[in-house]
Design a binder for this molecule. Structure first.
Ligand code: ADP
Length: 268
C-alpha cells in the first residue's frame, strides 16, 4: 500500500519529485478479513439458535404449560445452547490455529492408548461398535496430546453421525512405508462427488436430504486438517455414496530414545 506523502520541491519552489510512504498492509488486511468473517458468522450461524433459545424461554416465562411440554421446550433450549457453545468453541479453535497463535505442546505420544481412550468414550454414548485394529505393539508420534485427541474425536464423531444405519466402525493403526497411518472407516452415507473440493473448508456441510436432520457446524474437518498439518502430517479420504467413507491420516514416526520419559540429572 503506497500513499503520496509530499511533493518535494527545491528552494526556488521548482518541483523536484514526490515522496511516497510504503506500508505493508498484509497484517491489517488479514485482521480486517477475520473481523468481517466473524461478523458474517455471528449474523448467520449464531442468530438462529439464539433466537430459538430466547423464543422458548419467553414461552416458558409467560405461559402456563403442562409439565411434559415444559420439559420438551427446556430440552430444545438445552440442545440449541449446546450447539451455540460448540460453534463458538470450534470457531475460536480454528481462528487460533489459522492465525498461528495456536501453540502446540509436543511430546512423544503412544497412539494406541490415546485412540483407545477416545473410542471408549464414544462406545458408551452410542450404538455402533467401534473396533481398533493394530498390528504394531507400539506406535509413537511426536504430537500435542489434546489436539491428537481432538482429531480422533472429530473423525469418529463424523463416522458415527454419518452412518446412521450401520452397526460398526473400524479404526486401523499401522505403519506404511515408514509412516504411521491411522484410518477411520465407516459404512455409512458416503460423500458425494461434488463435495470433494470443499470437504475441509470452513462451514461447509453436505446439503443432501439424507443428512439434513444431522446436526453439526461444518467446522470439524477444517479443524482436523489444521491440526494434522500443524503436525506436518497429511489427511485424505476415500468414499463411495451408500457404501461408506475412510479417512486416512499419516504422521512421521517418532523414534523413541532411551532418554524419553526419564529424568536425567547431569553431574560434573
Ligand atoms: P459437520 O459434521 O459439523 O457438518 P464437518 O466439517 O465435520 O462438519 O464435515 C463436513 C461435512 O462433510 C458434513 O456436513 C458431512 O456431510 C460430510 N462428512 C464428514 N464426515 C463424513 C463421513 N464420515 N461420512 C459422510 N459424510 C461425511
Amino acid at each position: 500500500h503506497a500513499e503520496l506523502y509530499a511533493t518535494v520541491v527545491s528552494e526556488d519552489t521548482e518541483q523536484q519529485g514526490y515522496l511516497f510512504v510504503f506500508r505493508d498492509r498484509t497484517e491489517e488486511e488479514r485482521v480486517d478479513e477475520m473481523k468481517n468473517e466473524f461478523i458474517s458468522i455471528v449474523s448467520h450461524e449464531l442468530r438462529t439458535p439464539l433466537a430459538s433459545v430466547l423464543g422458548f424461554i419467553e414461552i416458558l416465562l409467560h405461559r402456563e404449560l403442562p409439565q411434559d411440554k415444559q420439559k420438551k421446550y427446556m430440552e430444545t433450549i438445552y440442545k440449541e445452547a449446546h450447539r451455540l457453545s460448540n460453534l463458538i468453541n470450534d470457531f475460536l479453535d480454528l481462528q487460533r490455529m489459522e492465525s498461528g497463535r495456536q501453540l502446540y505442546h509436543f511430546s512423544p505420544i503412544n497412539l494406541l492408548p490415546t485412540v483407545q481412550d477416545i473410542v471408549d468414550q464414544w462406545q458408551d454414548k452410542q450404538n455402533h461398535s467401534i473396533v481398533i485394529h493394530q498390528q504394531e505393539p507400539e506406535l509413537w508420534v511426536r504430537a500435542d496430546a489434546d489436539r491428537i485427541r481432538q482429531v480422533f474425536h472429530n473423525l469418529i464423531s463424523n463416522a458415527i453421525k454419518y452412518s446412521p444405519g450401520a452397526e460398526r466402525i473400524d479404526v486401523y493403526l499401522s505403519i506404511e512405508n515408514g509412516k504411521i497411518v491411522a484410518k477411520v472407516q465407516d459404512y455409512g452415507l458416503g460423500i458425494p462427488e461434488e463435495a470433494h473440493d470443499q470437504m475441509f473448508s470452513k462451514f461447509f456441510r453436505v446439503d443432501n436430504s439424507d443428512r439434513r436432520q444431522i446436526g453439526g457446524t461444518g467446522l470439524g474437518l477444517a479443524i482436523v486438517k489444521e491440526i494434522v498439518e500443524g503436525h506436518s502430517g497429511q489427511i485424505s479420504y476415500e468414499s463411495q455414496m451408500g457404501t461408506g467413507t475412510t479417512f486416512r491420516i499419516e504422521f512421521d514416526q517418532y523414534q523413541l530414545s532411551s532418554m524419553d520419559g526419564k529424568i536425567v540429572i547431569f553431574e560434573d
